[in-house]
Design a protein around this ligand. Sequence first.
Ligand code: IPM
Ligand code: MG
Length: 359
Amino acid sequence: MTKKIAVLPGDGIGPDIIAEAVKVLKKVEQKFGTSYQFDEYPVGGCAIDQTGEPLPADTLNACLASDAVLLGAVGGFKWDNLPGNKRPEAALLGLRKELGLYANLRPAIVYPSLVGASTLKEEVVSGVDLLVVRELTGGIYFGEHKRTTTEDGTEKAIDVLEYTRPEIERIVRLAFELAMKRRKKVTSVDKANIIETSRLWREVVAEVRKDFPEVEVDQQYVDNCAMQLVRNPKQFDVIVTENMFGDILSDEAAMLTGSIGMLASASIGAGNNAMYEPIHGSAPDIAGMNIANPIATILSAAMMLRFSFNQVKEADAIETAVAAVLEKGLRTGDLAVKGQPTLSTTEMGAAIIEELDRM
Ligand code: IPM
Ligand code: MG
């Protein structure tokens, strides 16, 4: 059956990298006989320019009706001065909330051929294979944000951080389930020495772990975890944490792999909706220059095949093709060490497609 993919290129380098991912998926159709329908919609800054809204109703409805959403990136200097709920980023939050995507899976895998590309020592990063499971529809991102003044007229800003027990439980449970399919270790990250939502988080972990006796559990404060990620990242298998801690730690984890241009993500929920996107941003300074690394988006497309369409051998093929290209020493600028020749966005896409062809 044809799978309907809502394609949301967005802003900045979004269109450059999405184009390569779509080409890869078309090659997969050809090789494996799968069938995808690609429908493109505006989101983020370009949607603001076209319609006045970062997430137009047509885009949202198409995403709700799709089998999966493939998104590039949103945001740029041009829209930086808009109020919070009118900014391009509001589209991302809207999609996450409206599609019910409470779980964000961000794997950080160090490819053997890229150990030299990391800013950290080889012996620290080689062999790292971890998964950040980030809560995505709660916490401070979705609490009230407001400005007021105190009685004496001093300006004041407020952001509310809230979590309910069920919101915590479903994400923690998912993390344990995912750990059971991996190396059976969960590191739960919080700030329970200071904040109440984290204390509730710990209580929930204590409950949920009873159902997974085989899983080893570690609990770390977020500041310690940030330190452990660069000190000894091999200790981690699955990291589960709340929305904002996960935002920060997943960027940090990304750099273990050499470049944030490598990291894919899947956002999933209870229903059939899902969204796949690279974890990097729209990089407006290099937009349209054909130099962005398309690998994170191509790997996000592979996650889409694996998680939403259950097309496992097709997903494996894409991931193998990416590894093979890197093994050959082909690099976009973000991955190249000084003096190494670099491939453009389209050349990297073409190299991966060539690998798929050869399989
Ligand atoms: C991410 C991004 C987003 C977030 C921004 C663009 C709203 O940093 O997906 O990690 O903070 O969630
Ligand atoms: Mg982020």
